[in-house]
Design a protein around this ligand. Structure first.
Ligand code: AMP
Ligand code: MG
Length: 402
């Protein structure tokens, strides 16, 4: 039997980064930059007003005060967006709006609140220091500076900066494109009628969401019956568009194990991993072209499938996209009840962590069809291979899924 850590290494070795790609700035959200961004221009691009008010020569209003206002003729009106930049002659004022280009010769801006808001002449009731309420060209960004670093994950603010610099594209490590294939002759798509013995397909929707949640992109999430030819046909149809294939079901010890039957002869290894849930696992490369698309075959039980995704696929998927937090945060908390765990296997139990009391409670039975409990758990308790019993009051390790 393979250990959890050994299988994690195998999966991580299979999932590799795509070549850097230039994408429209808006599409870079949440992705890691593949190269530094160097500012092609300065910000602000020109000296401009930080206030709605009047541009003046500061010396002209040195004596201005509430009871001794200084009156100046207003010779220009400069709204934001005016592109011909006038010159301010001493002894005059220009009415100016926030973000409008500062006229040559002006040394201060007086906020409108310190004036009588005059249009032809203006009475100014406060003196100004040199440079007051002026945003200088380049004081935010100087052209040629590195403003975003390789590896940095693009946030809305980073998109704002790139757009302010006039950039149309950013070069990122692209999303992994993932094909999610659900297998099982008993499966029916949601919305259709169920015959006795049939169930609604749920792994496809669940894992597609988990892939997106991890930062990946889902190419398609088809399902197929336990028939080798139709399974192979589904792979053939979608594989060219995928960087990774995830399958569920058809890998355990029964008959009609479609994934095993279809891929055992190829480059996929089927193994038992010493964990619960999720013992039957497979991983390898499809022989579908030059390098072969990586394929990770997860067990069919919904809890096994999602826990296996958390343990094996999610960390490798994020690492291949250069994203941080490849691992869920680990913490310990005090267990509120006695638990037993199979010796020799690492057990992942669903749990509810309460940060207020710093306790964790196992949530639902350990068997791998209890999806209901997983749906409302906020952590996985990790009980290691040597543990057979844990007493209430012990501190246990958990993976924080919040
Ligand atoms: P398998 O690994 O194919 O033997 O499936 C194990 C269990 O998981 C069986 O009870 C299946 O019916 C169930 N199962 C497999 N795939 C899915 C799926 N996509 N959605 C819901 N249940 C599934
Ligand atoms: Mg099956």
């Amino acid at each position: 039997m393979r250990t959890v850590d050994e299988h994690r290494r195998v999966v991580a070795g299979l999932i590799t980064a795509r070549a850097p790609l230039a994408v429209p700035v808006a599409d870079a959200l949440g992705l890691a930059l593949a190269c530094d961004v160097v500012a092609p221009l300065s910000l602000p691009g020109f000296d401009n007003s930080a206030m709605d008010g009047y541009a003046v020569v500061a010396e002209d209003i040195a004596t201005a005060a509430d009871d001794t206002p200084v009156r100046l003729p207003v010779t220009e009106d400069i709204p934001a967006g005016r592109t011909d930049i006038p010159t301010l002659r001493p002894g005059t004022a220009h009415r100016i709006m926030t973000g409008a280009p500062l006229p040559a010769g002006a040394t201060a801006v007086i906020p409108v609140e310190a004036t009588d808001r005059g249009v032809d002449t203006v009475a100014i009731r406060a003196a100004a220091r040199q440079g007051q309420h002026i945003r200088r060209a380049g004081e935010d960004v100087t052209a040629g500076t590195t403003v975003l670093q390789t590896g940095q994950v693009i946030t809305p603010a980073a998109i704002g900066l790139a757009a302010a610099l006039g950039l149309a594209e950013l070069t990122v490590i692209p999303r992994q494109r993932v094909l999610v294939v659900s297998t099982g002759t008993e499966l029916v798509a949601a919305g259709g009628p169920l015959q006795p013995g049939q169930i609604y397909e749920s792994n496809g929707a669940m894992l597609a969401a988990a892939v997106r949640n991890a930062g990946g992109e889902v190419v398609a999430s088809p399902m197929t019956g336990d028939d080798v030819d139709s399974f192979r046909e589904v792979l053939r149809r979608h594989c060219a568009d995928a960087d990774l294939v995830i399958t569920t079901g058809g890998v355990s010890a029964g008959a009609y194990e479609v994934v095993k039957d279809a891929l055992t002869e190829g480059g996929v290894q089927f193994v038992k991993v010493a964990m619960q849930p999720g013992m039957p696992q497979g991983a390898g490369l499809l022989d579908d072209g030059a390098d072969g698309t990586p394929i990770i075959t997860l067990p069919g039980n919904p809890v096994s499938a999602l826990v296996s995704f958390e343990v094996f696929v999610r960390p490798a998927l994020r690492a291949a996209m250069g994203l941080p937090h490849t691992e869920r945060p680990r913490r310990t908390a005090m267990l509120t009840e006695d638990l037993v765990s199979p010796r020799g296997k690492r057990q992942f139990r669903r749990g509810v962590f309460d940060p207020v009391t710093d306790t964790v409670t196992g949530y639902g039975p350990p068997a791998s069809h209890h999806l209901r409990w997983l749906a409302s758990a906020n952590c996985l308790l990790e009980l290691d291979e040597d543990t057979a019993e844990v007493a209430a009051g012990s501190r246990v390790q958990l993976w924080d899924l919040r």
